[in-house]
Design a protein around this ligand. Sequence first.
Ligand code: SAM
Length: 210
Amino acid sequence: MTPALAWERFATKAKPRRAVNAAGATTWLNWTQYPDHGPDESILGDLRGKRVLELGSGSGCNLAHLATLGARCTGVDIAPSREVAAEQRWGRVPELEFVTQDVADFLQESADDFDVVISIFGATWFTDPAVLLPLIRKRLAPGGVLVFSHNDEVDDDAQSDRAIRKWNFSGQQWAEMLFIAGFVSVSSEIIPPPKPELPGTLLVRGAAPR
Ligand SMILES: C[S@@+](CC[C@H](N)C(=O)[O-])C[C@H]1O[C@@H](n2cnc3c(N)ncnc32)[C@H](O)[C@@H]1O
């Protein structure tokens, strides 16, 4: 099975996000796998007028929130039905577009530069970083930032014959790969889970030199 088909199957089982969060907001950004938990988009700074790219944008809920804050947003996802769902829910939000494509192909073909690239349990977790990180770095504007999150679980999920492979690394391992790909100001943190028996969330950041 191809990754595109595997992700399309995954998409058919995905539940839509709630209409309202615990704070009563209709749009929000959540870096973690737990609802109403962890930091929000404020870690990205002022987003007004910024060009934001999300890699593996799913149903577009996180990205739509950034568009409501004045960012110019593009979401890329490999599964065609994700674009359809995102357009249905968020199609009327200005400065927000969704594209169905493999992120590596998108980054290779795009001539646009981005101020912010995010990926939330998204394509940075499911794509060979030796391929993807240099492509992201190339499309980041000077001083632009990459911020992404995934489960804090360094396991041996490395079977290359699976249609969907997770690239699980520690913060230190990501930092080394980001430096090699030309990123600066690299850092990582583990967002603690809401209950101690659950996995935390690894949040990784890197920037393009100014
Ligand atoms: C676990 S889901 C997370 C979706 C979304 N970021 C969220 O937080 O709800 C991973 C998403 O990444 C997309 N994806 C995985 N590999 C991709 C690739 N190579 N190119 C584009 N999208 C990809 C999948 O289709 C899926 O929608």
